[in-house]
Design a protein around this ligand. Structure first.
Ligand code: GLU
Length: 545
């Protein structure tokens, strides 16, 4: 077979050589050990937690090593493209603190290894497809959909492995005459890889996350170019990551199955394969069962969810680190205040069996994170969020900045700060009792206090209350009320002789707490009243007498 002639026939318009592109995209001039990583999303307009998960991995590997992290848009699937999708990718990732050094951007692209939109790289793919044909490593296949379906049926009947290979690869050995005739008839064709005869059954490869893997040597003549000349993922991945000089490919484990394709293709083109990092699926526990996160069932898969709910990007990043690297939590315990970038991220500390995403754990991590912020910062962040996502809350927060900042400062700072707030939407529920518009009695009064005692407690409280009392003067008065009405002034006295009392001082303060905050649990009541002011606190008390 005259492969050169076939190559000219199939690619009459290719005027560049592989050498031309090798020179155009020379190896990057980077320090020893610097990693080059990329994110290759499809522009579907939906960017999810899995993307962020991968992006953080890419970002850390590149930036921790003085390397480069770039964005490549994998837009070979026309049908899935959504307008403005690149803006969504860049803006959303940037919101979470992930920035690209190079590649596709909101207003065009930057970098010397482009184009970074795959659809603009047709000439490049065709040049290397031509080279593979010249080398006898690729051939046109004119099988119709029906013929392929028929092949699959026969393979099933024979219990043969599926795919286009060996005796099933009927166009593999077509001679030039047949091919020319089919081309002359205008028959559509795909370009297939000609899998070399496998030497041995398995090969070994080291995955940076999974360690050494043993994989079957590829024998499939998989498709390189579809009938419209657009490359498959497999071909585009190999050509792009070689020419863009990617050193580490971080991608989902769904690509492990076709890794033998990619390795075979790198070998056929005489290129060194990158280091692969196949990340595990994000899973959640649902009704006791571990399952993949799903777009339909799990709103938390979408990154917009975190924006809309008002999670701080730093908190989400902090949480994702605990999911990404098994040693992060220990590191954080040892370095509670260190900047997160000080943590040395390593792929071999990533899960191989499915990373568990747990929103309750995110809330815990986030509460710890938010507890470290000062009141001014919290005020700024919560109002920025509310302005966009909850105008009613924004109104309430900003109508008296001093009041809101004092409210936020309760329990903040000190050795043991309170950990009440996980995200801004939840902060509205938490702070609601500070605003008359949102205040309501949410909890019952303690049931062991009779109606008449409740009224008596609150009436005495009104009588003796003085806004100028300090915390201990205030509490002494509460104790006195308890004693007057037959409640033990100290819980331990009640415990010793319950028959002597109606209850203890804790019940008395619970009555006051429910009246003032609507809840049995609240931050320090004295502090709350200092913020609410005398008038509002006592009005609330008066309502229950
Ligand atoms: N476009 C591919 C995807 O979204 C990228 C996979 C890769 O990173 O190689 O799954």
């Amino acid at each position: 077979m005259d492969n050169k002639r076939l190559a000219r026939l199939l690619f009459p318009n290719v005027d560049k050589t592989p050498e031309y592109y090798e020179k155009l995209y020379p190896p990057r001039n980077l320090p020893e050990g610097a990693k080059v990583t990329r994110l290759g999303p499809s522009p579907t307009g939906f960017i999810h937690l899995g993307n962020l998960f991968g992006a953080i991995t890419d970002e850390r590997l590149a930036h921790q090593s003085g390397g480069v992290f770039f964005l490549r848009i994998e837009d070979t699937d026309n049908k899935r493209e959504v307008e403005g999708a690149v803006d969504v990718i860049v803006d959303t990732l940037s919101y979470f603190g992930v920035e690209f050094d190079e590649g596709a951007g909101k207003s065009g692209e930057t970098g010397a290894y482009g184009p970074y939109w795959q659809r603009q790289r047709a000439d490049i793919y065709h040049c290397f497809a031509k080279k593979l044909v010249e080398d006898g490593m690729a051939y046109p296949c004119f099988c119709t959909e029906e013929e392929l379906a028929d092949m699959r049926r026969r393979q099933e009947a024979e219990k043969a492995n599926p795919g286009y290979y060996g005796k099933w690869a009927v166009h593999r050995d077509w001679d030039l005459e047949h091919i020319e005739a089919a081309l002359a008839e205008g028959k559509p064709y795909v370009l297939r890889f000609r899998a070399p005869d496998p030497e041995g059954k398995y090969f070994k490869i080291r995955d940076a996350i999974r360690g050494e893997l043993s994989m079957p040597v590829n024998d499939i003549d998989f498709v390189l170019l579809k009938s419209d000349g657009i490359p498959t993922y497999h071909f585009a991945h190999v050509v792009d990551d070689h020419l863009m000089r990617t050193t580490h490919v971080v991608r989902g484990e769904e690509w492990l199955g076709t890794l033998p394709f990619h390795i075979a293709l790198f070998a056929a083109l005489g290129w060194k394969a990158p280091v692969y990092c196949h990340t595990a699926q994000l899973m959640k526990i649902d009704g006791g069962i571990k399952r993949k996160l799903s777009k339909r069932k799990d709103p938390e898969l979408s990154l917009d969810y975190y924006k809309n709910e008002g999670y701080l990007p730093g908190a989400v990043w902090e949480y994702l680190m605990t999911v990404l690297n098994s040693n992060f939590e220990d590191w954080r315990l040892a370095h509670p205040t260190a900047p997160i970038d000080d943590f040395k991220f390593t792929p071999n500390k990533m899960s191989v069996s499915g990373s568990l995403f747990d929103i309750d754990k995110l809330n815990d991590v986030s509460k710890n994170y938010l507890a470290t912020l000062d009141s001014e910062t919290v005020y700024k962040c919560v109002t920025d969020w509310a302005k966009v996502c909850d105008p009613e809350y924004y109104e309430l927060l900003t109508r008296d900045k001093d009041f809101s900042t004092k409210m936020i400062s309760i329990g903040r700072g000190g050795k043991k700060p309170r950990k009440d707030i996980s995200h801004w939407k939840q902060s509205k529920e938490f702070y609601s009792f500070f605003f008359d518009e949102l205040f309501k009695i949410e909890d019952d009064f303690p049931e062991n206090v009779s109606d008449s005692d409740r009224k008596a407690i609150l009436a005495k409280y009104l009588e003796t209350y003085d806004q100028n009392d300090d915390q201990s003067q205030w509490f002494d008065k509460v104790r006195a009320i308890a004693e007057d009405l037959g409640f033990a002034p100290q819980p331990k006295m009640y415990k010793q002789s319950p028959e002597l009392y109606k209850g203890h001082v804790g019940d008395v303060s619970a009555v006051i707490r429910v009246a003032v905050t609507g809840r049995q649990n609240s931050p320090d009541l004295w502090c709350v009243q200092q913020v609410l002011g005398e008038k509002r606190s006592l009005e609330r008390v008066r309502k229950h007498i």
